[in-house]
Unconditional design. Structure first.
Length: 400
């Protein structure tokens, strides 16, 4: 009796075990399929006016640059300025040994005195000859000879006077002065060098740095795109042109003064297909120097009612651009879109979305066309920051 009871209980336990296993295994798939639709973060398509700015890499140079050369031949005697210092127009930069020129001037003056003395004598002789000729004392030929002698002496005085002036000029040229206000650069000639009109030696260069000028090239296509605006701008006197160009310094900071367009060059470079543009920037502290590489930035146009989405919402696939939109039914729609200029952390969409639609910013890789999704709003911290800094963004030349 007891043996039969134990046997029955054992059999019941054995048959109950598979049932428990079956129920347990059935519960696990049920739990796996109850996770629901994938969660994504979405942001609304913004519609607003977008200012488009463009960057150009340029080089700084003086608004005026003068190569200082010797205007007379002689040996360099002294350098009279501090290299890299500010000089004014007329300041003495170099001194050429003046002694040969002093001697030449004295000689020219002596020859002038001789010519003047001879002129006085010939003038008196010509006057006396005129009186004698009127009294028929001398012949016409004698009178003519005396008159010609006087005219020759008169011309000799003029020539001697010119020689004195030339000698004085050459003596003055031994004082090599600055032709303009600016920074005088490193001296290229040493004391004792023979310098002069027959050599190509540049003694130094003086650059006017207030204002300083930024030169940069623009493509021929961009020039034609903005030809009308450029024409209107150039028709306004420079002092009345607006200061609309920012200067980005090599360390990435923005220069404290804005500049104004100075000129557009007369021709296109046939080798590069670009045309040179110059912008003048105030430089009161003379901190900007020629040769520095900088970036000029200016607003070139605006896009009214532009549609903007976060740049991270857009992906490229097989040469195309796409993003995902969550429709009012909560389903994902994969759309091909066309993009425009970058605006901070946002990008302009020219075709494919409408204002107010919700685009997937995070979780795009989880969804497929028509899939039900759980959409939650994107935090927007990066988005807002990008919108605040958008005016500092730039547009590549080929997108302008």
């Amino acid at each position: 009796m007891n043996l039969s009871l134990h046997l029955a209980r054992a059999l019941a336990a054995v048959f109950a075990l598979p049932v428990a296993i079956v129920f347990t295994s059935c519960e696990k798939p049920a739990s796996a399929t109850s996770t629901g639709p994938p969660e994504v973060l979405v942001s609304e398509v913004i519609q607003k006016e977008v200012p488009i700015v463009q960057d150009w890499v340029g080089t700084l140079n003086g608004s005026e640059n003068a190569d200082v050369r010797a205007r007379t031949t002689g040996y360099l005697q002294s350098r009279n300025y501090q290299e890299g210092s500010y000089v004014k127009k007329g300041d003495l930069l170099f001194q050429i040994d003046p002694r040969p020129f002093v001697a030449a001037l004295d000689q020219a003056k002596g020859q002038l005195d001789q010519a003047k003395a001879k002129l006085i004598a010939d003038q008196q002789q010509a006057k006396r000859a005129a009186e004698l000729f009127q009294g028929k004392v001398i012949s016409e030929q004698e009178y003519t000879n005396e008159t010609q002698a006087y005219q020759t002496s008169l011309a000799a005085v003029s020539a001697a006077q010119a020689a004195v002036e030339e000698a004085q000029l050459n003596l003055n040229y031994t004082n090599v002065t600055s032709p303009l206000d600016g920074i005088a650069g490193q001296a290229q000639a040493q004391i004792g060098d023979l310098v002069g009109t027959g050599s190509n030696i540049v003694l130094t260069t003086v650059s006017q740095l207030q204002p300083i000028r930024c030169y940069f090239p623009i493509s021929e296509q961009n020039y034609w795109r903005f030809a009308d605006e450029i024409k209107k701008m150039m028709a306004v006197p420079e002092e009345k042109r607006p200061e609309r160009v920012e200067l980005i310094l090599p360390d990435g900071s923005v220069y404290s003064h804005k500049g104004k367009f100075a000129f557009v060059d007369r021709q296109v470079d046939s080798q590069t297909g670009t045309i040179q543009v110059a912008v003048n920037f105030p430089n009161p502290e003379l901190t900007l120097r020629p040769g520095q590489y900088v970036t000029a930035r200016a607003q070139i146009r605006t896009i009214p009612d532009a549609l903007l989405v976060p740049r991270v919402a857009v992906s490229e696939l097989q040469g195309g651009t796409q993003l995902a939109v969550v429709n009012p039914d909560g389903k994902a729609e994969i759309r091909a879109v066309k993009t425009g200029p970058v605006y901070g952390s946002l990008i302009v969409i020219t075709d494919g979305v409408k204002a107010g639609e919700k685009v997937i910013v995070e979780g795009f890789q989880k969804v497929r066309q028509g899939m039900q999704v759980s959409a939650k709003p994107y935090s927007g911290s990066e988005n807002n920051q990008g919108e605040q800094n958008a005016s500092k963004s730039s547009l590549p030349s080929d997108q302008s």
